[in-house]
Design a protein. Structure first.
Length: 181
């Protein structure tokens, strides 16, 4: 099934979810280590990879949101109203965090006067003027939202595992692929 139904996720949403989760986790890990490396080819390579993956994520998050608006979204499998609202809020905060992360990363690079190239194919124009003040603000946003992303990730994965192993419901299974997909 390509589209979501009231009770299940369609194959396009599942692909968006798992591919983006993978790239976001990889990009977070690169961002986390690259700043501490000594200047040299590895640092240069990882900075460019981080920016390229970031642009990819930025592009896909808007496609994904577009697809989400074209679809119904299955309700969380949860009777407790508060937990239901929490589950939905984590999903919305994820989208917000990812959009802010990509724009603040782009702004930070612009403020430092660094280029933002997509795998060497094309470069994004500077988002803000080059200045130390802009660079400080953008870095602080990028870094703090990065931490918030970790918090959301822990709640999200913890909740999935709780549903799967303790409540033993369909939450994780309905986000995973069926044999026919
Ligand atoms: C979802 C996408 C992204 C994630 C999860 C992410 C994550 C991170 C993390 C965790 C850091 C380390 C922050 C710290 O040291 O406190 C970082 C640093 C950085 N990120 Fe991103 N980032 C993303 C997108 C981008 C984009 C799109 C760009 C630029 C176009 C970018 C450019 C940078 C730069 C230049 C640094 C600074 C490294 C340094 O000087 O220490 N990031 N990112
Ligand atoms: C950074 C990584 C991740 C992000 C940004 C993310 C984001 C999201 C979002 C936004 C949704 C809502 C549906 C949608 O709009 O596509 C969702 C649903 C879901 N995610 Fe993730 N996710 C991530 C990683 C994971 C991981 C690692 C797991 C499992 C261990 C997981 C399990 C689920 C499940 C089971 C659902 C369906 C929830 C429900 O039916 O109420 N996610 N995720």
């Amino acid at each position: 099934m390509l589209k979501n139904t009231n009770t299940n996720y369609g194959v396009i949403t599942k692909n968006f979810h798992w591919l983006m989760a993978l790239v976001i986790v990889i990009n977070f890990s690169i961002g986390f280590i690259m700043g501490d490396l000594e200047r040299g080819p590895l640092r240069f390579f990882l900075f460019n990879l981080h920016k390229s993956f970031g642009i990819l994520i930025l592009f896909f998050i808007f496609l994904r949101l577009f697809w989400r608006f074209m679809n119904v979204v299955p309700d969380p499998l949860q009777e407790n109203k508060l937990l239901k609202v929490t589950a939905k809020s984590v999903h919305y905060f994820f989208y917000a965090a990812i959009i802010i992360l990509t724009f603040s990363g782009w702004a930070y690079s612009s403020a430092r006067g660094a280029s933002v190239s997509f795998f060497g194919l094309f470069s994004l124009p500077p988002l803000v003027e080059k200045s130390d003040a802009n660079s400080d603000v953008a870095f602080s946003i990028h870094s703090n939202i990065g931490l918030i992303l970790v918090g959301l990730f822990i709640i999200h994965v913890g909740a999935s595992l709780y549903h799967h192993y303790i409540k033993k419901d369909q939450t994780l299974k309905r986000m995973w692929f069926k044999k026919s997909e």
